[in-house]
Every structure is written in structure tokens, then in C-alpha cells.
Write a protein that binds this ligand. Sequence first.
Ligand code: MSK
Length: 638
Amino acid sequence: MRMEKFLADLASKEILDLARKENIQTIWERYQLQQPQCGFGLLGLCCTNCNLGPCRIDPFGEGAEFGACGADRDTISARNLLRRTTAGAACHNDHGRDLTLALLAFAEGKTQGYRIKSEEKLKNIAQEFSIPVENRPLEDIAKDLAIKILSEYGQQKGKLTFSQRAPKKRQELWRKLGIMPRGIDREVVEAISRTNMGVDHDLRSLILACMRVALSDGWGGSMVATEISDILFGLPSPIRSQVNLGVLKEDEVNLVVHGHVPLLSDVVAELALEEDLISKAKEKGAKGINVVGICCTANEVLVRRGIPVAGNFLQQELAIITGAVELMLVDIQCIMPSLAKVSSCFHTKVVSTHQKARFYGIQHIEFKEEEATQTARRLIETAIENFPKRDKSRVNIPKEKMDVVCGFTAEGIFHHLGGRYRATYRPLNNAIIEGRIRGVVGVVGCDNPKNLSGGAHITLVKELLKRDVLVVQTGCAAIECGKEGLLKPEAAFEYAGLGLREVCEATGLPPVLHSGACVDNSRILIECCEILKEGGLGEDISDLPVAGAALEWMSEKAIAIGWYAVSSGIFVVFGTPLPILGSKNLEKFLTQELFEIIGGGWAFEEDPVKAAKIIVSHLDKKREKLKLRPMMYEPNLI
Ligand code: MSK
């Protein structure tokens, strides 16, 4: 089966055809060459945690029932799941640490090119950490805040400050279950140590550990990353831009930023506007410098600066195959090591910039905050120098690009819904209570050739919109839907049910709100808390008609995100199941029993139409429990 037939957008199809003609291997071929994939791995029944193994359990109950140490299928699959959750959480938490260290370096005068862009947010968060703000220089406040946050990475007892943003009932439940996150690094270390040979073997205990480590991400590292990025680079607000490979320009120097951390990309985006660099580009025959993004670094600079997005995860190789990219800067996470090979077929230079991410065949120019401007300038000059080496006969930029409006934050929604003079979530709550909006669903995560290469997000979102569900998005799922035109206010007329359409018309909001990068899923948690605070929709996140979906999840980070949503009381649907189906007990625990324990839980459904039905039925159950009015326009379902 040729997986690319599912590709949702024409631009990707066009470049993939070109790659095939030129014999350039991409993720779709490599994935195909992996078939059939290891069944033990898919079911979570392979254990490599010690040198008695690798051991594997027979899924059909005919062969080995235990690993050499005696671990059964429940222990092995739950332990594997905890390892994967922890790896995902570690990634986000480390991202948050990078930002915190940058804030500290800024406060100590050791950075170039940074400033406090959101003074209000700095002060608000400092106060949350009990740091005095009155009549103090911003640098001093920033220093105290960075030190306090860093201390929560190493904290051994107590609770994370941001976890106190959760509803009281939820906090109480976390305490009762013993999963209140104590310190960010502590939870990661403890989770890994539990999975060592001979430590924790109990399914329930391992799953509680999954939740605790994930909470250290959602209400810890990810929230830290989001908040400090807002402080240093500005609070996103609705901004217009464009997405898809068509944002690359034939007559300009194309510089792509890819990865997750905005520390360098934001400076690059700013410097690329400087006259002297533009003149240098012109001297080399280009009309200007075109900075565009891939993956979540893209989302970071998109929601704050309106920098166009060339593509999502699956488009990183395709961007290079257009033959029009002078330089691709990669930092961390979701970067395919294949970029070295693909770029060797073109003039494109790929440069890694983060101290902990190296690649064979890719030049490394390390980025340090104290030399941010200097490094960014050098890199932009490298792109400019490379422009004359572009082989014009091999340039194929697809024409597809789509307008988007994005940059919706928990704070911003107060204003978009309530207006300048009456900032409030009231109109959103009322729309839910009155049955104009059925509920709110986060459709997030990666795109994956294993599923529909992005198409699952699009179908799911369209199905939800027509049933009056307001959609909030982050990550590559948001880019996919952007390419389809779902992130424009006009999308409400084409896709939304009558109730949702009325709300969008009255507020000017698109029916799909793009909130940023993967770490910005923490914004969705805050939005849930704000809806609750506004009143009328229960006391806990688990009372709300909300859900999350990541049908095309790929990264371990998605598992951590799914877990912190579930642990916060949210129903989460993944497409490909978590690798646990080898343990029926674990499957039952995650998809049934957990709802009673934590108020949230999992479902697995690859078909986006069926997934939409499952989600809608969940929202309706929550509405019924809250005794909300029936949906206003149900008979008019499109
Ligand atoms: S970049 S984690 S492929 S969303 Fe955040 Fe996209 Fe998934 Fe990476």
C-alpha cells in the first residue's frame, strides 16, 4: 500500500512525486520498508530493561507467559509505558529548563538580543511565586523568578507552584492518590528508577507513576516553557500568516527554523528584518530574506511574530526537496536524522544549534544565549552566502499556501470573547450552557504516515465543527488544519454547525483556535481552569464537556501530554493505540477503570469519523450530567 495516497495536501504530494523521480528516500518509503513492524513492540510485550532479556511474552498465551525474571505481561507493558511517558515528560521539562536558564542569564545581563516583552506576565507569575514586584527593576524580578523555578526542578518535597492553578478538587484528588508532582526532575528520576529490573511491578502503581511524572510536565515543565517564552518573546495575540510549502520564495534567501525551542529562532526572525542583512542578500542576487518554520519552532514564531510555516513534521524533508532552502536550523525534538542525507542532494545547509542535539553529516554551530545575536547573524549570513549555490533548474516550490489566523492564549480568550471593557469567559460559558457550543476539544499532536499523514486531524476537526464543537489546537495538528483552511474565521461559515457559527460570527473568532507549540498544551489546561472559575459548568475539569485527541501521535512527548490531560480529568483519544494491548488488564485499566479513579481516561480509535462520534458522545454525557440545555440546533446537523 502506498501510504502517501492519504496525504492531505497537494503540495506534499507534488514534492513526494519529485522525490521518487529523483530517488530520494523519505519517511514514507522508510516506514514502508519497516513493514511488518514488530508485533511484540506494538503490543508492549518486549522487555529490554535488563540483561536477562530481551524477553518477550507470547501474545496468544501459547508460549512464554513470563520474562526470565518472572515479570508478566501486565508488568512489562505498564513498565514500558512508564518509560515512554517519562521520556516524553523529560523532553518538555528540559525545554522549560532551557527557557528558565535563559531568563536567568538575561537577568544577569549575560544575553544578547533578549528583553522582557511581557512585563505584565513577568509580574503576575512572580507574584504567583510570592516574589515582590513593586518598585523593583524587571531584571531583579526575573532573576528571583528564574531561581525559584529552577529550585522547583530540584525540589524533593511539597508541590509545584503551577499545580496550584488546578481546581481545588483536582488538587485534593492528586494528594489522595499520591500523585501530586513534588519536583520536576524528581518525578522523572523516580519514574525511571521504578522501571529498573526488580523495582515496581504493580500495574496500578506503575500507572499512578505515569500520571505523576506527566503532571510534572503539564503543570510543570511545559507550563514553565510556555510562561517564560511569553515573558521573553511576548504573549501571542491573534495574528495573520500563511502555511504550507508555498511560503518558500523563489527569489529570496529561504531560511527554515525547525525544532522546538524559540531561543535562537526568535532572534533570527528579528535580525532577518535588518537592513544591512537584507542588503547583503540583495548583493547575492536575492530580493530579501524569507524566514519560515517547520514543526513547533515554527509554531512559536508563528503565534508571536506571524512568521509563515513551511510545514509540519512530515514536511521537513519535503521542504529541502523543493531545492529552494538555503539553510535549515535545527534545535531539538522531532528532527529527522535523515535531513543530512536529503540535504546532501541539494545545496541546502542544515546546521544543528543545540548543545544536546548532534547529527552525523550535519554541521554544528552551538548557540549560547550570551552570543545569541552574533550567532543568529552568522547563521543568516551563512544562508545568504549559500543563495548563489542554488540550482535554479531544481527549484520546485508548490503553489499551495493557506491563510491562517492564530495566536489564541488562555489570557487572550478573555478579551476576544468578553471584549476590551469586559474581559471574561462568560460568553463562552454561556454558549456552552445554552447549547450553542457543545464543548471544547483539543485536537493536537503529530502527523504520522502510520495513520493518515495529517488527514486524520482534518477529518476529525471537520466532524467536530459540524457538531458545534469549538476546537483548540497546538503542534503539527494545527499546521495540518491550517493548510486545509480551518484556521480562518471564514471556516466557521463553511464547516461549523449553526450554534458555533453564531458564536464565531459574533466574536470574529475562527472555529479552530491555534494556541501554539506542543508545550502550549499547558494553555489548554489553563483555559479549562478559567472556564470553571467563570462558573456554571461544575467544580472540576472532569465535569467539563471537554476532550483531547491526538489521532496521529508519534512522539513520546504525545504520550506524556495524553497522560497529563487524563490525570487532569480529561478524556483522551489516540489513533494508534498506546503499545499496551498485549495486557488486557492494562487496556481495561486505561480505557475503563481509570475514569472512576481520576475522572479521565483513554480511548483508541484510528478512524477519525468514529473518533468524532466517540468524543461527541463523551461531551453529551458530560452535558447531561451538568443538566445543560439540549443543543440549540441539533436538527440542523450538517
Ligand atoms: S513538533 S511532537 S511532531 S506535534 Fe511539536 Fe509536531 Fe509531534 Fe513533534
